[in-house]
Design a protein around this ligand. Structure first.
Ligand SMILES: [Zn+2]
Length: 479
């Protein structure tokens, strides 16, 4: 308990209440083996010393992020510790069942079975980082060794499949292994750590029979969004055997199967008491934090340059066109890119910490952080405000659940029934299926750059300025 609280409790009654609260807290700590630590999202740049003190107390601190809830019950099957000689069979089953999954791979195994990782990626599965060698004694003696293994595995994956996953799974799960610092550094570095909701129990001991694995999964708990832990490492033949039945079980329950991605709300176990003592110093914290931030900058910078490259490749398209990236204010990212080689980043989903200002020809559109989103690498802005600022107009056709925007000779029809966007332009109509658009509480959100592109409006410059992310639009740059 912070001593400040004691200082403020002048009266006997206050002490009594405080004592009772302390007792309750202590009781909670004693009786619950998975305590969800007090958590606070941080908006903007928090004071790093304050954060240090919080982390030291075991409190979680994380960036403000937005996750997307699935439209229907969704299960994320995850396989850890591979690839191994069993992974091919797992991939065959997934292929037969038309199911996608996520593989949390070990760097060491990727070196041994690179082709299986290539196959998993080619078949649409997601790849996450499960460290290099899974040795608890090394991973949990202090964050720097965990970090080294994450980076090492990431480099191997970049070489093998040109992916630097932002998904991480802690060997053994985070409980009893991660402290608040581990969570914080990884979050600052742009990673998402995923524990699980259902443990299939396939690694409880050697050779757990398929029937027992199925029974364990059958017990649930079942909720709308579910992460299931399984293993495709050496010795897990019984998991392979159980897999078809497990897939059937979720299909019968009406689940759809999806891969984990940064927009999925991660499951985190609580910060428990760590099994291995580890040193901590504020200097070490500052150093590690700086390293985490450099990593994130490198990933963002590379994502940006990748998008720029895509822009150069295809000058005139829409959905796949470059989106504005969150940029790091005041820091030179070019040197960072050099150190990171060929980074590929999966998309981040988060709200940005700064207001967004779109400078148009005559007007500017200023949106506070709560009025726009930064999702999957795109700024998502309210369509109505954007059109009105441009001097265009917009109508909502309630019956068809379609928003129709006009700007000059361009018409954009966002159809939420057909889930398509029809772009009418100089007498031609282009239909985009499953476009980026979202209807939330009566507001249609669309990607800023993608939408401006469709209206043949280019973005001249963008970047942070005085705490505001400014986007300068160049009208009719490209006709
Ligand atoms: Zn593992």
């Amino acid at each position: 308990m912070p001593s400040g609280l004691h200082a403020r409790s002048h009266t006997y009654y206050k002490r009594l209440i405080l004592g009772y609260l302390l007792f309750c807290l202590a009781a909670l700590f004693c009786f619950s083996n998975r305590i969800y630590a007090e958590t606070e999202p941080v908006v903007g740049e928090p004071d790093s010393h304050e954060v240090y003190l919080k982390l030291k107390k075991g409190e979680r601190v994380w960036k403000d992020k937005v996750y997307v809830a699935p439209q229907q019950p969704t299960v994320y099957l995850t396989f850890d510790d591979g690839p191994s000689k069993l992974t091919g069979q797992v991939l065959d089953i997934l292929q037969q069942e038309e199911v996608k999954a996520t593989f949390f791979v070990l760097g060491k195994q990727v070196e041994a079975y690179p082709d299986l990782v290539k196959r998993a990626v080619a078949e649409g599965h997601a790849i996450g980082n499960h460290t290099y060698n899974h040795v608890y004694g090394e991973l949990y003696k202090g964050f720097s060794s965990f970090w080294e293994q994450i980076e090492r595995t990431e480099d191997i994956l970049a070489e093998t499949v040109d992916i630097r996953p932002s998904l991480i799974r802690a060997p053994g799960g985070t409980f009893g292994n991660f402290d608040a610092f581990y969570f914080y550094y990884l979050d600052q570095a742009g990673y998402e750590v995923h524990d699980w909701h259902i443990d299939s129990g396939d690694s409880k001991r050697v050779g757990v029979p398929a029937s027992e694995i199925i029974q364990t999964v059958r017990k649930g708990p079942f909720q709308d969004e579910l992460i299931v832990l399984m293993h495709d490492g050496t010795g897990h033949e019984q998991t392979v055997k159980a897999l078809p039945e497990i897939i059937r079980l979720f299909k019968q329950k009406g689940y759809v199967f999806a891969v984990l991605q940064p927009s999925v709300q991660p499951k985190h176990f609580a910060v428990g008491k760590v099994q291995q003592p580890r040193p901590s110093s504020e200097a070490g914290y500052e150093k590690q934090l700086a390293e985490a931030k450099v990593h994130e900058l490198a990933m963002s910078a590379l994502e940006q340059s990748r998008h720029a490259q895509q822009a150069a490749d295809k000058a005139n398209h829409s959905e796949s066109s470059p989106m504005i990236q969150e940029t790091a204010g005041g820091v030179s990212t070019s040197t960072v890119v050099g150190t990171k080689g060929s980074l590929l980043l999966t998309n981040h989903t988060r709200t940005a910490a700064a207001p967004l200002e779109v400078l148009l020809a005559r007007k500017s559109l200023k949106l506070d952080t709560e009025h726009y989103r930064f999702k999957d690498g795109h700024y998502q802005v309210p369509l109505r405000q954007l059109m009105e600022s441009l001097g265009g107009d917009i109508q909502w056709r309630g019956e068809q659940r379609t928003a129709v925007a006009h700007y000059g000779l361009h018409t954009l029809e966002y159809d939420f029934v057909q889930q398509e966007l029809r772009v009418r332009d100089h007498g031609t109509t282009t239909t985009i299926h499953l476009p980026q658009m979202e209807l939330q509480e009566g507001t249609v959100y669309v990607p800023l750059r993608g939408t401006l592109d469709k209206l043949r409006i280019g973005i001249a410059t963008y970047g942070p300025e005085d705490g505001v992310m400014k986007v300068q639009v160049g009208m009719n740059l490209r006709l």
